[in-house]
Design a protein around this ligand. Structure first.
Ligand code: ATP
Ligand code: MG
Ligand code: FE
Length: 354
C-alpha cells in the first residue's frame, strides 16, 4: 500500500510517499521538504499570510518531485493524505484542497490527517512501535503527554498550561539575541558552555501531582537574567544561559514523564515504550536525558530520526496509510480545522492551541 502525504500546516511545504506491506515499520519512498525559513526570518517568526502564499506557489512542484523520486505516477498510489489541522488555516487549506483535487480526478481515497497524529505515529513508521505506548509530544505549538492506545485513540495525561516547549526555545532564543528559529540555535549555543550551572532557572511544575507543563515562567526568568547582564550578552554568557535553559527544561520533562510513566504502568503493567515526537525531539541533549530516564524506569525509548521529528510529509503519509488500512477515509466535504485536539474529551488549554 502506497500513500502520498501533504504537509502545509506551518512553515514547511512538504510532500512524501510511504509504503507498507503489513505490520511493522513502513518504508519512505520519497520525502521532500521545502522550508520557508528565509521568507519569515526578517519578521522573527512565521507570518501566516506569507506561509499560505508560499505553500500555494510550491506545493504542485513538490508533489511532482515526491512522485518522481518514488518512481511512481498517481496511478501507483492507493490514497492521498493531507494535514487538515491543527495549524495556520490558510496553509492547511492549500494542502487539503490540493489533496482533494488529486482525489477528485484519480478517484483515490482522501484521508484528512491530524498533524499531531502524524507526529504521534511516526515512531510506528520508523521503528514499528506497537500499541499502547506513552507519547511525549514536544513541538512548536504543543507539549503533551498521551497514552496512545490505537489509531485515533489518544488519552491525554497532561498538557502545557501556557507556552509549548518549542515556543519556549524560540522565545528564549529571541530574548538572548540568538535569532530564529530558536531550538537548533539554543542547542548549538549550549554545546559551547563552560559553566552550565551558572544561571539559576526555575524547574517548572516540578513535583506537581499531575502531568501538566508550564514554560512561560522559564522564559521570563531567562529575560530577567538577560536584563541583569545589562541587556546584551557575550558568546560565553549565551552559551552558559542556553545550557542552564536546557537543564531546566530537561529537569521538568523528566519530572513530568516520571509521573506519566507511573500512570501508564497502572493501566498497562507489562513493558512500556516512551515515544518522543515533535520538533523538540530533534534536540540531542533532551533525547539523551529521556533515554537515560527510560533505562532507569524499564521503558524502551524511541525517537524518530531528526528529519522526521520536525514537520515533514512522510509523517502525514504514514498517518494516512494507517487510517486507510482501517477504512478511515474522508469525504470531499471535510472542512479543515484550525484547532483539533487529539484527545476528543480534552478541553483546549488557554494558549496552547490544542
Ligand atoms: P505543532 O507540531 O505543535 O503544530 P510545529 O509544527 O510548528 O508545531 P514542529 O515543526 O514539530 O512544530 O517543531 C518546531 C519546533 O521545534 C520549533 O519550536 C523549534 O524551535 C523546535 N526545535 C527544532 N529543532 C530543535 C532542537 N534541536 N532543539 C530544540 N527545539 C527544536
Ligand atoms: Mg516549522
Ligand atoms: Fe509539527
Amino acid at each position: 500500500m502506497k500513500v502520498l502525504g501533504i504537509e502545509t500546516s506551518c512553515d514547511e511545504t512538504a510532500a512524501a510517499i510511504v509504503e507498507s506491506d503489513g505490520e511493522g515499520p513502513g518504508r519512505v519512498l520519497s520525502n521532500v521538504v521545502l522550508s520557508q525559513l528565509d521568507d519569515h526570518r526578517p519578521y522573527g517568526g512565521v507570518v501566516p499570510e506569507i506561509a499560505a502564499r508560499a505553500h500555494l506557489q510550491h506545493l504542485d512542484g513538490l508533489v511532482r518531485q515526491a512522485l518522481d523520486q518514488a518512481g511512481l505516477g498517481l496511478a501507483g498510489l492507493d490514497g492521498v493524505a493531507a494535514t487538515a489541522g491543527p495549524g495556520l488555516i490558510g496553509g492547511v487549506m492549500v494542502g487539503v484542497m490540493t489533496a482533494k483535487a488529486i482525489c477528485a480526478v484519480t478517484r483515490l481515497p482522501f484521508m484528512a490527517v491530524n498533524h499531531l497524529e502524524g507526529h504521534a505515529l511516526t515512531a510506528r513508521l520508523t521503528h514499528g512501535v506497537s500499541f499502547p505506548f506513552l507519547l511525549l509530544l514536544v513541538s512548536g505549538g504543543h507539549c503533551q503527554l498521551l497514552a496512545v492506545e490505537g489509531v485515533g485513540r489518544y488519552r491525554r495525561l497532561g498538557t502545557t498550561i501556557d507556552d509549548a516547549v518549542g515556543e519556549a526555545f524560540d522565545k528564549s532564543a529571541k530574548i538572548m539575541g540568538l535569532g530564529y528559529p530558536g531550538g537548533p540555535l539554543m542547542e548549538k549555543a549550549a554545546a559551547g558552555a563552560t559553566d552550565p550551572g551558572r544561571f539559576d532557572l526555575p524547574v517548572p511544575m516540578k513535583g506537581r501531582p499531575d502531568c501538566d507543563f508550564s514554560f512561560s515562567g522559564l522564559k521570563t526568568a531567562v529575560r530577567r537574567h538577560v536584563e541583569m547582564l545589562g541587556g546584551t550578552l557575550g558568546d560565553a554568557d549565551r552559551a552558559d544561559l542556553a545550557a542552564s535553559f536546557h537543564k531546566a527544561v530537561g529537569d521538568s520533562l523528566i519530572d513530568r514523564c516520571t509521573r506519566a510513566m507511573k500512570l501508564f504502568k497502572q493501566d498497562f503493567p507489562t513493558g512500556g515504550t516512551l515515544v518522543v515526537a515533535g520538533g523538540v525531539a530533534a534536540n540531542q541533549v533532551l533525547r539523551g536525558r529521556l533515554t537515560d530516564l527510560c533505562r532507569r524506569r524499564g521503558f524502551d525509548c524511541v525517537a524518530p530520526p531528526m528529519g522526521l521529528c520536525t514537520d515533514n510529509g512522510a509523517m502525514i503519509a504514514w498517518a494516512g496509510l494507517e487510517r486507510l488500512r482501517l477504512g478511515l477515509t474522508d469525504g470531499p466535504d471535510f472542512a479543515p480545522r484550525p484547532r483539533w485536539p487529539l484527545d476528543p474529551t480534552a478541553k483546549a488549554a488557554p494558549f496552547a492551541g490544542v
